[in-house]
Write a protein that binds this ligand. Structure first.
Ligand code: H2B
Ligand code: FE
Length: 308
């Protein structure tokens, strides 16, 4: 039987609080695990995600000086590396986020303002989330061009490390790419493929997502550049990924989907895409060969999924 999947926007309302781990619990090796002030602050912030419903504006958060300072350290460090390491789409969009969404090294930008900007660019919108979602829920939301974003920031004791997504990862790594039309199409293609997919296929699609949206490299003007958010939000791994240390292979979904990967260390293997359009076509071919007794289409007018 076919696993349940969302068909309309309000079907996504239940997702944001179905977190896998670290929603309110922090694992013992999290830098903020033993800081009661940090933990209380996270509960305050994640309450927004818990009560958020379709159509509402995402409430603004008044970030503390400490939070804004942590953001500033990350912002300054990463923006210095982007000219030589980030793909051209990321470099094109970042100044637009500075102009339109208040990106700077003084204050953490607000999700609502960014979501409106993305909507104008590609139709992508952002919803708040309490923490890590299951692969199925997280991937399904991309079928609707929806990105679930955390709103809290890493612990101030370790500005250059986080074991989980936080605003630095989401807003510097992911957001710029969702403003690019070809990348938006590519990520929606993975989302559409995930609707009603078997557990086995979800795991393959999650691996494809990992090696593209999170850790993808691409070739541009003869050079290898980063487009994956996990790279674009980590100085250490961004440097390493473009060095001669890791192994690079061409992005080919049937093979990429089976690659094992560590989640707490730098990747030993990365996959290189020729372009977002090429990657999208390859994911579409991969999805057509999946074991799914129907196909799906997104109707942008009704913002709903049609099953064919
Ligand atoms: N949930 C959230 N909230 N953010 C993510 O970046 C994320 C997730 N990544 N769930 C997912 C899992 C991803 O690594 C794949 C699809 O499993
Ligand atoms: Fe991510």
């Amino acid at each position: 039987s076919v696993p349940w999947f969302p068909r309309k926007l309000t079907d996504l309302d239940t997702f944001a609080e179905k977190v896998m781990e670290m929603g309110e619990e922090l694992s013992s090796d999290h830098p903020g695990a033993h800081d009661p002030v940090y933990r209380a602050r996270r509960s305050e912030i994640t309450r927004i995600a818990k009560t958020y419903r379709t159509g509402q504006a995402v409430p603004e958060i008044e970030y503390t000086d400490e939070e804004n300072e942590t953001w500033g350290k990350v912002f300054r460090g990463l923006t210095a590396m982007y000219p030589t390491h980030a793909c051209r789409e990321h470099q094109y969009v970042l100044p637009l986020l500075v102009q339109n969404c208040g990106y700077n090294d003084k204050k953490i930008p607000q999700i609502e303002q960014i979501s409106r900007f993305l909507k104008d660019c590609t139709g992508f919108t952002i919803r708040p989330v309490m923490g890590l979602l299951s692969s199925r829920d997280f991937l399904n939301s991309f079928a609707f061009r929806i990105f679930y974003s955390t709103q809290y920031i890493r612990h101030s004791s370790k500005p250059f490390y986080t074991p989980e997504p936080d605003v630095c990862h989401e807003l510097l790594g992911h957001v710029p790419l969702f403003a690019d039309p070809d990348f938006a199409d590519f990520s929606q293609e993975i989302g559409l493929a995930s609707l009603g997919a078997s557990d086995e296929d979800i795991s393959k699609l999650a691996t494809i997502f990992w090696f593209t949206v999170e850790f993808g490299l691409c070739r541009q003007d003869g050079e290898v550049r980063a487009f994956g958010a996990g790279l674009l939000s980590s100085f250490g791994e961004l440097e390493y990924a473009l060095s001669d240390k890791p192994e690079l292979r061409p992005f080919e979904p049937p093979k990429t989907a089976l690659q094992k990967y560590p989640i707490t260390e730098f990747q030993p293997v990365y996959f290189v895409a020729e372009s977002f359009k090429d990657a999208q076509e390859k994911v579409r071919d991969f999805a057509a060969n999946m074991n799914r007794p129907f196909s799906v289409r997104y109707n942008a007018l009704t913002q709903s999924i049609e099953v064919l």
